[in-house]
Design a protein. Structure first.
Length: 343
């Protein structure tokens, strides 16, 4: 996505994900969508590239650089790199004369108060005005999908990002039941890497695995199965070679992470009060997040749970769009954020 330089005084919303960071500016829309990746100089600790520029280096970096994904499962695991990366992203979409913006940031529903404080601190160090407002990702996704979150009827949202799958029942403006598992798009990529090595003695990188997932991955049988060639390094000889792989074979590689995500949905339904469970059966469930685009995932969930699953119109953008809408109700977020940090 093209980056835009913004005018003075805009409030911004951020989906700070393990795989991608998206920035929404009030009055402008989504202005940045970049991988949450940074290339860091080992000797100085300073970032030399972020986003897509850094991701292209994966598997190709010289000895003096290291590639870092500073978030795992929505948790900051490298605070310094996260702060620098976030500062760079904000700098890409603002000008030097811009005053400190108010920020809303989406966080996983199960992070601790300490982890939320780390997100707020990173944003403040990157230039945000205090306080930094937080919103739980399932709620942001539901708002961004256009679900009637304020009504007494229950809605089930399944937000599947890079690091986590979060399943939440939402009613009357709050999350009634939530379940989170650290199995999502990243685990699918790892499963494909492991599958290629086990089945074909072929080593492929995570970027290649992600492309395999996008191009030929599926969670449900296709009307017409097909095959494709994938390049990698022979695990025995160390030489480059290609391997023909079928959609059925890739689907088998993805079975464990897909089954784990569906188990998370079942567990959430088991914990849901009976009255609200009836609403979910009638309303169905909505899938959001980049991994919701996996071919056949909605069909597989419908088959395994008996509840009709729908994919959001803009699954990649649901969370950041919901954050952007939350900019119009910062007082509610102020109370929520203060309570969560105190806990």
């Amino acid at each position: 996505m093209a980056r835009t330089t913004l005018s003075l005084g805009r409030d911004i919303a951020i989906d700070l994900g393990a795989s991608n960071t998206l920035i929404f500016v009030k009055g402008e829309g989504i202005v940045l969508d970049e991988p949450s990746t940074a290339a860091v100089d080992k000797s100085t600790g300073q970032i030399v590239a972020v986003g897509q520029d850094a991701k292209r280096m994966w598997g190709r970096v010289p000895a003096n650089l290291r590639l870092v994904r500073p978030l795992e499962s929505g948790i900051i695991v490298d605070f310094d790199v996260c702060e620098q990366m976030l500062r760079e992203f904000i700098r890409h979409v603002t000008n030097s004369r811009w005053s400190k913006p108010r920020m809303v940031i989406a966080v996983p529903s199960v992070v601790t108060g300490v982890e939320k404080r780390a997100v707020q601190d990173a944003a403040e160090f990157a230039g945000a005005r205090r306080p930094v407002y937080l919103i739980e990702k399932p709620m942001a996704a539901a708002i961004g999908c256009g679900l009637p979150v304020g009504e007494p009827s229950a809605n089930l949202i399944v937000e599947i990002g890079g690091g986590t799958t979060e399943v939440a029942v939402i009613s009357m403006g709050g999350i009634v039941t939530v379940n989170s598992v650290r199995t999502a798009g990243d685990e699918m990529d790892k499963a494909i890497v492991a599958g290629f090595r086990k089945a074909y003695a072929l080593d492929i990188g995570v970027n290649t695995a992600e492309e395999v997932k996008i191009q030929i991955g599926s969670a449900w049988p296709l009307a017409e199965e097909f095959s494709a060639e994938v390049g990698g390094r022979d695990a025995v000889t160390g030489l480059p070679r290609t391997q023909v792989v079928t959609t059925e074979e890739v689907r088998a590689m993805l079975e464990d992470p897909v089954a784990t995500m569906i188990d998370a949905i079942r567990t959430t339904l088991e914990r849901t009060p009976a009255e609200l469970a009836a609403d979910v059966i009638n309303n169905g469930l909505v899938l959001s997040g980049g991994t919701a685009l996996l071919v056949g995932l909605a069909e597989r969930i419908t088959n395994d749970t008996g509840i009709e699953a729908f994919t959001a119109e803009e699954p990649l953008h649901s969370v950041v769009l919901g954050c952007g809408m939350a900019l119009d109700n910062l007082e509610a977020l102020r109370n929520m954020s203060s309570r969560d940090i105190a806990e």
